[in-house]
Design a protein around this ligand. Sequence first.
Ligand code: EPS
Length: 395
Amino acid sequence: MRFLTAGESHGPALTGIIEGIPAGLSINENYINEQLIRRQGGYGRGGRMSIEKDRVKFLSGIRFGKTTGSPLTLIIENRDWANWEKVMSQQAVDESHDREITTPRPGHADLPGGIKYQHRDLRNVLERASARETAMRVAVGSVAALFLEHFDIKTVSFVTAVGGVNAANHTLQEWNVAQIKKARTSLLYCLDSRAEELMVERIDRAKEEGDSLGGVFEIHVEGVPAGLGSHVHWDRRLDCMLAGALMSIPAIKGVEIGLGFAGAARKGSEAHDELFLDERGKIFRTTNRAGGLEGGITNGETLVLRAAMKPIPTLMKPLSSVNLATHALSPASVERSDVCAVPAASVVGEAVVSWEIARAFLQKFSGDSLREIEGAYKSYQGLVTEYLGENDDKS
Ligand code: EPS
């Protein structure tokens, strides 16, 4: 299973092509559109989100509501294109346009992208580097999430920190998928309303000061079977794929799995998840410090991942930069932007994680039709039960 995306932030549309989705999967467009709406939301977003009404349109691969096995083509139109047709003209050069960008924003792709692709107008870089592209990633990841839902695997996310304000800690028992979904109705997709109030205050202050804020979000995946990924080769370790997927989201600078960095300070006796037997002889654990991954393989526990987002580099009170056209010191360019997009990034995180889990699932239970995959999965589940001796009634 693979996908490509294309499209500029202020071009006519974003496009995605997915190849490898099996035949027979019901595609609920409403579900995908709900995720797109969630991505547009969250307190701290900028003016662009009041222009866009992101909706997916499929151009191929679906018939009578179900996938055919052919590549899916997805389109999300950029409503803002109407305001940018001249600036973003594909052919005629608009002489009157005064939007050439020559002063890179520190932290953005502007400067390294300009050097690499030899663009004097940095718009040619930022249009594609823009997090607008993540709208398509949410649509693509939502198709993967629909596939996973068919096998009772659910991915959810919530915001745990914004601008240095941390939400209270939680246990997996307290916060299961159903609980976490409640975060969707809050301003910042956060489960701690007291911390959220402080986060909102910080965002307001940052806005007044022409600044921006980052934060942290957490992702849980429930219902993942043991045995996805592999220890046998580096690029088959699922931790590697998941961390890479999260790091591919613009502005993500750190990823943790389970205890993550906190685990480095613990003793071995306090860093792992001991195995116990219940009265029926079923193996269980009381902790999930590994975040559901051991040796690069899922162990049947809930996957727990966190990602750290740096503050968006576009500042209304710009940092010092250099105008590449005049070679003079100059404040960085200012574009319309968001003060804080951590809630949006959490939705993108869900999408990219769903994609990687679906991909690993399909690698293990491969097939061209949903029925074929269901058969492979069911037979494997039987093997796992047998392996763990869970058939024996030891009570
Ligand atoms: C975004 C669209 C962009 C920004 C933001 C994310 O729209 P515009 O640039 O027209 O305001 O709001 O992108 C960035 C912050 C960035 O650095 O690229 C979106 O659809 O998520």
